[in-house]
Design a protein around this ligand. Structure first.
Ligand SMILES: [Zn+2]
Length: 478
């Protein structure tokens, strides 16, 4: 995410701005609060001599030219034969790569800033997500009610900088969490009312949580589907198998929160995160029981979201996560103390669970399951938007996916799940120009995914370094 576009001829960009605005009748004019981060904005743009990693899993194509017209990809082809319109602004991207904008599905607009405290950080997080290459995201759980729907609308109207957001309703959860920000459902009828209410308020997605009952979950899934909303869950009280049979669309956290292997699991009761994880840590990933659960999820078309980034922060022996230097100093110090304590831990279940659950995610993917990626900036902190989205892709490669497979999980798979593959998620003529320009070649060295220079959303190029600089040292305050 270092600034690195200095070699590009951008001086001409400003002259095109007025023309570009008039050409885009369907897209809102960008407010000054957004425009300050815009590096490239022109109605006809050619990205020349660039390596294209298109998000479909196909091999990287060298020396390509992408023509963008009015925010959409007009053509992609060999640079030697590409037709560049006379009016185009040309950016020579020799040595660089372009991947689709990331489509990440376990994101949040809040962060743990103290014990039991989740601060709403909509202003800094939306900028960090965009800076890290995320052009579309789902908030997998909402702790800010109308606030999260409002920021989504502000971004759509061009008033604020950030990704397109699939805005999730407040959590569907039963009694047991003990967090004042999260409502406790009384019964299935209330689950239906909550789905209806938040749908009408503008939410487009649903998330159930650890203490929901089977009746409430089933009611929420059915009511959501009636209204065109998909439902995902971080389960505990309900097993993965039970939820798959009910028609759930997606499960969060890979297999890390499955209670399917708890021997004396009582229906509708969460045995607690500890017993669930202890049972999972004791399981043989190659056993018939695990293979059968994987097959069951695939047969029911349940997508699985990998969130290795948050679990990495719980696991001893893992590197300091990227991006913590953007945090407010006090919030950063809290995380560093926790990180140090994690390293000293000799009895952490994650020492066993982390490698095992990763293998299960890869096995699910290899068996044909739909794997999605997200980061979950919660836990005990240290999962920083943007930076952790890149880290999530790196961790999938470390787990056993190829770089091209991992990039597809973080782009086209997310777009397909969200029902937006017709407009984003891969680099194909006709789609929105949601693109990330990277130094180097992430198809060969996945860590190059961190080397973001410009992020195009709807054909407008945002300066990654500028977005980060605007919040650096203050993340935790706003
Ligand atoms: Zn989460």
């Amino acid at each position: 995410m270092r600034p690195s576009l200095s070699g590009l001829a951008l001086a001409a960009a400003c002259a095109h701005v007025a023309h570009a605005q008039s050409a885009r009748a369907t897209r809102p004019a960008l407010a000054p609060a957004v425009r300050q981060f815009v590096q490239v904005d022109t109605s006809v743009l050619a990205l020349t001599h660039v390596r294209v990693i298109d998000g479909t899993g196909a091999p990287a194509r060298q020396d390509q030219t992408i023509v963008i017209r009015d925010g959409r990809i007009a053509s992609v082809g060999n640079a030697s034969t590409a037709q560049i319109p006379a009016a185009a602004q040309v950016l020579d991207l020799t040595g660089k790569s372009v991947i689709p904008g990331l489509v990440m599905v376990h994101e949040h607009l809040y962060y743990p800033t103290g014990p039991g405290v989740y601060a709403n950080l909509v202003e800094s997080f939306t900028k960090l997500y965009l800076a890290g290459g995320v052009t579309s995201m789902r908030t997998a759980g909402n702790m800010n009610g109308y606030g999260e729907l409002a920021i989504k609308r502000s971004i759509d109207k061009g008033e604020k900088a950030g990704p397109w957001i699939d805005a999730t309703a407040p959590y569907l959860e039963g009694p047991g969490l003990g967090l004042g920000q999260v409502h406790e459902l009384a019964d299935a009828a209330e689950a239906r009312r909550m789905v209806d209410f938040w749908h009408d308020a503008g939410a487009t997605s649903l998330k159930a949580y650890m203490h929901i009952t089977r009746d409430e979950l089933k009611a929420a899934i059915d009511e959501g589907h009636k209204r065109g909303m998909k439902l995902t869950a971080h389960l505990c009280s309900v097993t993965y198998r039970e939820a798959a049979a009910m028609g759930i669309d997606n499960l969060e956290h890979g297999f890390f929160v499955s209670t399917d292997f708890v021997a004396d699991k009582k229906p509708d009761v969460c045995p607690g995160q500890g017993p669930g994880q202890a049972a999972l840590a004791a399981v043989d990933p190659n056993s018939a029981a695990v293979k059968s659960l994987i097959q069951d999820l695939i047969q029911h078309h349940v997508a699985l979201t990998s969130t290795l980034t948050v679990f990495e922060t719980f696991t001893p022996g893992r590197p300091v996560p990227p991006g913590i230097d953007v945090l407010d100093p006090i919030v950063r110090e809290q995380f560093e103390q926790r990180y140090a304590a994690t390293q000293k831990s000799t009895r952490s279940v994650y020492a066993t669970l982390f490698p095992k659950a990763r293998q299960m995610e890869v096995d699910f993917f290899r068996a044909g399951g739909t794997l999605l990626a997200g980061t979950d900036p919660t836990g005990g902190g240290g999962v920083i938007p943007g930076y952790s989205d890149q880290r999530a892709i790196e961790l999938l490669v470390e787990s056993g996916l190829t770089p091209l497979e991992a990039i597809k999980v973080g782009t086209l798979n997310g777009a397909t799940y969200l029902g937006r593959a017709d407009r984003t998620g891969s680099i194909v003529a006709g789609k929105q120009a949601d693109l990330v320009v990277l130094d180097g070649d992430p198809s060969a060295r996945i860590e190059d995914i961190r080397r973001v220079s410009v992020v195009f959303k709807d054909g407008v190029g945002y300066d990654s370094a500028k977005l980060i600089a605007s919040v650096k040292g203050k993340v935790g305050l706003f």
